[in-house]
Ligand binder design. Structure first.
Ligand code: NAP
Length: 308
């Protein structure tokens, strides 16, 4: 594949940053890839994994001369990173991020971006519950959506170049208003994680069902929630704090609908339950038809189930 950028700086080299690094290397999309991470330990691991061509402890040093800067840190840290790198950014460079919330990231980063540098926030809708440089893999973004959230005044040329970058990684790219992104993601991603954290927490707190019983019989549904509930605590703390309004709005709606379900169960209203469960089954079918999952997602479970 053709070189898209001479130098790319990756600030943060966890699951997302290291997956980008692996793709850049596999596809040869940049001549130089400079990596920076907050701790020496993560940076050393990135070097051992040969994820880039240069490893520097300071984000400010990493961005010098970079044509594209990709910030892949927890959303609550994005403002501090922008402030640190701002004076060292090359004129004409594109700065982007991969954070799971967008309005807050833009509010934190944009004020620091100097004139002549293009900042366009983004969010690849791809990931797993794992974190750190070892968790990344090539092809993470293939067939997945990446949402870019340009704002008024965003340079169309820089936007087109960033689109080309994500498309080269195999993503399908959409554009969205940042606030709308945050609402959509609140329902498709943030709420499911919060529900998973909650149900697993409830099971963990139960007094009349033992922990060993919860684990032993988990295949009947509970374990599907545990994958989401095993997601990175720092990342998800930040998502909750930085998409507060949209999450609270969706949680209020969720609680109302749960009360409806509770009532239908209490009053034995089987028709209502059946109608809802039929509707939700159709949603699953649509997701498979849209190529966003396969009919039999297994996460290695097939082998597990055969053993039991
Ligand atoms: P990760 O695997 O935990 O890696 C986080 C990276 O950020 C590491 O390099 C870490 O450095 C650095 N970091 C952590 N705290 C920092 C701080 N306070 N200041 C500066 N750097 C800091 O995380 P990830 O899963 O790649 O997530 C990165 C971003 O991608 C997040 O904004 C998240 O919302 C977004 N995202 C995640 C997923 C997903 O499924 N995981 C999907 C889409 C988007 P050290 O290790 O050196 O501390």
């Amino acid at each position: 594949m053709a070189i898209l950028f001479d130098k790319i700086a990756l600030i943060g080299i966890g699951l997302i940053g290291s997956s980008i690094a692996r793709d850049l290397k596999a596809l040869g999309l940049a001549r130089h890839v400079t990596i920076s991470s907050r701790t020496g330990e993560t940076l050393k691991r990135a070097e051992e994994l040969e994820l880039g061509s240069q490893y520097v402890s300071s984000a400010a040093d990493a961005v010098e001369g970079a044509d594209l800067v990709v910030v892949s840190v927890p959303v609550g840290a994005s403002g501090a990173v922008a402030q640190e790198i701002a004076p060292y950014l090359k004129a004409g460079a594109i700065v982007t991020d991969v954070g799971s919330t967008k309005a807050s990231v833009i509010a934190q980063m944009l004020p620091h971006i100097p004139e002549g540098v293009h900042f366009i926030a983004g969010h690849p809708l791809a990931g797993t519950e794992k974190s750190g440089p070892d968790a990344g893999f090539t092809g993470l973004f293939k067939g997945r959506w990446c949402i870019l959230t340009p704002v008024e005044g965003t340079d169309p040329g820089a936007l087109a170049k960033l689109q080309e970058f994500w498309q080269a990684l195999g993503s399908r790219v959409d554009e969205m208003d940042p606030e709308h992104h945050d609402k959509v993601l609140a329902i498709v991603s943030h709420l499911p994680h919060i529900i998973a954290y909650n149900i697993v927490g409830t099971a963990d707190d139960l007094e009349n069902v033992t922990e060993s019983e919860v684990i032993k019989y988990s295949a009947s549904g509970f374990r599907d929630f545990t994958r989401l509930a095993a997601s990175d605590p720092t990342m998800w703390r930040d998502v909750c704090l930085h998409n507060k309004d949209a999450i609270l709005e969706m949680l209020a709606r969720f609680s109302e609908d749960l009360a409806y379900l509770q009532r239908a169960i209490r009053w034995g209203e089987g028709d209502k339950l059946f109608e809802l469960f039929t509707r939700t089954r159709a949603v699953r079918r649509s997701i498979i038809e849209a190529g966003q999952d396969v009919d039999a997602p297994d996460f290695g479970r097939h082998t597990l189930d055969n053993k039991s």
